[in-house]
Design a protein around this ligand. Structure first.
Ligand SMILES: Nc1nc2c(ncn2[C@@H]2O[C@H](COP(=O)(O)OP(=O)(O)OP(=O)(O)O)[C@@H](O)[C@H]2O)c(=O)[nH]1
Ligand SMILES: [Mg+2]
Length: 435
């Protein structure tokens, strides 16, 4: 029902190019190949963080591109690997491909998915030295990467729920602290379904839910409240909203109201009862007897051991303090869960790491498809090898053919009837066989 969605474009970093270099010995006759390999491009990783609540930031930024690896250098200098790019999302984010397939469900803080693996670095000429090839004068280029779209989806769960009896002003409060615009009216049960609003403090977002008013007996199904009690069991903290009007109304005892409300919650669910909360006394614009208000505030604090904030949703008085109080309390809980988030290096245990690419790359198996006199060789490793090969370079081509032999591709092609003049296609490159 409350779904936050975003589409983002990602691109892993490309691999750095390998280098062709020689070290000339004095006298200038012998030369030693010393071209270094390129560094790995940065991967794009989506990681779940506890202190985020929405996908709102992806409305502003939708392109994510990791850095490329550095090129190799002379004297066997390896190019530097690029840093991975970490995209921060809230816990509970589901990552989907552009076709809608689920790639990962990031349920816990620290869970992550490598959505795009950085390109590998090309090998420098030093890497191609063998007994039969002592002075290779070719190198590979780094692996190229392509951008693609993925989708993020988040079922919103309120961090903070406003609970109270009908008409206490819960909807008015949420309308003042967020962009939510619920119906507000001077009669009970105005709110029939929960409203969510996003509140921003400093750079952090949190979600506040305004749920229908509770009544005495709600736990046993009276009124509307019990349906939504289930909704609020997932929030981190509660805000108990009391109707300050009851302070001036002598017949009603606001302390008693508070007790009844707590009792209702206790009867419904013990976990909900144990949840941390703050108390808000609303409509203080109507209260002229400030001494009385103060006494009641003190008494509520004494009973509950929680903060009590007097506010007026109509004049705005006290709302800043209330929001700060919510944020502070939430931060306490978020901090507990964020210890993993501070150690960005190292992979914490228990955290789930998904990898998109492993499954896709069936490295060793290759298939050959024959169409007329064309042979299409399908294998990711080979396709990558070809893409990284300098096809203008005879020597590099020789090396490639050697690899084809080794992997058994040449044998398979022969069996299938490949001959001079046949075309072999690998990863979009066509080779015409001569011999
Ligand atoms: N004077 C005064 N009136 C308020 C204040 N906050 C809310 N009200 C009024 O109280 C009435 C009820 O407000 P709502 O926000 O609809 O109350 P609610 O708690 O959402 O009520 P339900 O949805 O029925 O549970 C409305 O007439 C509001 O204008 C306030 O701070 N001061
Ligand atoms: Mg309401």
């Amino acid at each position: 029902m409350f779904l936050d969605e975003a589409k983002i474009n990602i691109k892993a970093g490309e691999g750095g190019n390998g280098m062709v270099a020689f070290f000339k010995l004095k006298g200038g006759r012998k030369k030693i190949p010393t071209g270094g390999s390129g560094g790995k491009g940065g991967s794009v990783i989506i990681r779940a963080y506890k202190n985020l609540s929405t996908l709102y930031s992806f409305k502003k930024k939708i392109h994510f591109k990791a850095e490329s690896g550095k090129s190799g250098g002379p004297n066997n200098r390896k190019g530097e690997d690029a840093k991975d790019l970490i995209i921060r999302v809230p816990v509970g984010t589901v990552v989907k491909s552009s076709k809608g397939e689920i790639i990962a469900d990031l349920k816990e803080a620290g869970d992550e998915v490598v959505v795009a693996e950085g390109g590998i670095g090309g090998r420098g000429n030093a890497a191609f030295v063998s007994s039969g090839r002592r002075f290779p004068a070719f190198a590979e280029s780094g692996e190229k990467t392509e951008d693609f779209w993925i989708e993020l989806e988040l079922r919103l769960v309120a961090d903070v729920s406003l609970v109270g009896f009908p008409n206490a002003g819960k909807s008015t409060i949420i309308s003042r602290i967020s962009a939510a615009r619920p119906k507000i009216a001077d009669y009970p049960f105005t709110t029939l379904t929960p409203n969510l609003g996003v509140v921003t403090v400093d750079d952090e977002d949190f979600i506040v839910a305004d749920v229908p008013g509770l009544v005495e007996g709600a736990h046993s199904g009276k009124g509307l409240g019990d349906k939504f009690l289930r909704h609020i069991t997932r929030s981190t903290i509660l805000v108990v909203v009391l109707d300050g009007q009851r302070i001036i109304d002598e017949s009603e005892d606001i302390i008693k109201t508070f007790d009844i409300l707590r009792e209702e919650i206790r009867l419904y669910n013990m976990d909900l009862y144990k949840k941390d909360y703050i108390i808000v006394i609303n409509k203080i614009d109507l209260i002229h007897d400030k001494d009385k208000l103060n006494k009641i505030k003190k008494e509520l604090e004494r009973r509950s051991g929680k903060s009590v904030v007097p506010v007026s949703a109509v004049t705005g008085e006290g709302l800043d303090e209330m929001v700060r109080c919510m944020h502070e309390k939430l931060s306490e809980y978020r901090k507990e869960a964020s210890s993993i988030e501070e150690t960005d290096s190292g992979e914490p245990e228990k955290v789930k790491i998904y990898r998109l690419s492993d499954k896709e790359r069936e490295w060793e198996k290759f298939e050959v498809e024959k169409m007329n006199d064309e042979y299409i060789v399908k294998n990711k490793k080979l396709e990558r090898l070809v893409a990284m090969t300098d096809l203008e370079n005879e020597e590099a081509l020789d090396y490639l053919m050697g690899r084809l032999n080794k992997m058994g591709v040449a044998d398979r092609l022969k069996k299938m009837g490949v001959e001079e003049g046949s075309t072999v296609i690998i990863g979009g490159f066509a080779f015409v066989l001569k011999e």
